[in-house]
Design a protein around this ligand. Structure first.
Ligand code: NAD
Length: 287
């Protein structure tokens, strides 16, 4: 079975937490892995090579193939250098897992432009930069896999995470269009909202909940999404604690007005407009 054997997969933020699990699983399954990590703290400050080096050492000790990269994927140059590492070391890139992430939580009334921007840069811009740098290789070889890390904080919202939630759901917008543009080139783009005990969640969720959320539960799903077997695209999954769920956008039947309604007419129909019974998967009427 081909799976991910000999596929070149770049994992951003793979020096710890979930990314490390993804890199270990992919290498075990025969992929050639580029382990990227800037090596900083949870809020994105600092940098170092030890985290990525540690995971590469783990992979090599167990007979896998991996190379480290320490570039900052929040920048165009950093992402280009990361993809260049894959091409220089392994000849091409078949898959990109954009997993790198930081947190700058705070209630919205205390949100600063600096913390807003720092989070957008790593999550949303990083997703753009890394995928954009890999895209020409994907198109040329008629094969590509994109997996982005989204979050239930974007899908459902979470107190104190306006910057993070906006960036995370922005990534779903990104993969939705990549799925459309990539389809005829054999490029699939999907998103995983993980639930896992890592340094990112250590003080966010209660210990008893975290004990049931080992990152190892998430890695096989990400592995499947980059594998040759996968045919899904624009699929969003919530994965954690052994559960694998799909989430999707549904549209209600709605109400059609022949002429622009008054506010009162709209109010009178509001219950029917928003009634979810009979809702169906939504598609872009302008697409
Ligand atoms: P983590 O902090 O252990 O992992 C994030 C990694 O990204 C770190 O190793 C960090 O050094 C690296 N990184 C940060 N900025 C970078 C940059 N600019 N360039 C390169 N590397 C960078 O946290 P985690 O929980 O493993 O998170 C992995 C991903 O999953 C993140 O995108 C996170 O938002 C997402 N996520 C996690 C959870 C969860 O339950 N743990 C929930 C929802 C989403």
């Amino acid at each position: 079975m081909p799976g991910v054997t000999d596929r070149v997969v770049v994992v951003t933020g793979a020096g710890g937490g979930l990314g490390r699990e993804y890199a270990l699983l992919l290498a075990r399954e025969g992929a050639l892995v580029v382990v990227n990590d800037l090596g900083g703290a949870r809020d994105g400050t600092g940098a170092g090579s030890a985290m990525a080096d540690g995971v590469v050492a783990e992979i090599r000790e167990s007979g896998g193939i991996a190379v480290a990269n320490y570039d900052n994927i929040a920048t165009e140059d950093g992402a280009a250098a990361l993809i260049k590492t894959a091409v220089d070391e392994f000849g091409t890139v078949h898959g990109v897992i954009h997993n790198a992430g930081i947190l700058r939580d705070g209630a919205f009334h205390k949100m600063t432009t600096e913390s807003w921007e720092a989070v957008q840069r790593v999550h949303l811009w990083g997703g753009y930069h890394v995928t954009r740098a890999a895209w020409p290789h994907f198109r040329e070889q008629h094969h590509g896999r994109v997996v982005v890390a989204t979050s239930t904080s974007g899908i459902y919202g979470n107190f104190g995470q306006a910057n993070y939630g906006a960036a995370k759901l922005g990534l779903v917008g990104l993969i939705n269009t990549l799925a459309i543009e990539g389809r005829k080139y054999g490029i699939l783009a999907n998103a995983v909202a993980p639930l896992a005990a890592t340094r990112m969640t250590e003080d966010i969720a209660p210990p008893e909940m975290l004990a049931a959320l080992p990152p190892a539960h998430v890695a096989p799903v990400v592995g499947y999404l980059v594998s040759d077997e996968c045919t899904d695209t624009a699929t969003v999954l919530i994965v954690g604690g052994g559960r694998v769920q799909r989430v999707a956008q549904f549209a209600t039947k709605g109400v059609t007005f022949a002429t622009p309604p008054s506010i009162d007419e709209l109010a009178a129909q509001w219950a029917e407009i928003t009634d979810l019974s009979g809702a169906e998967p939504g598609t872009n009427p302008l697409g």
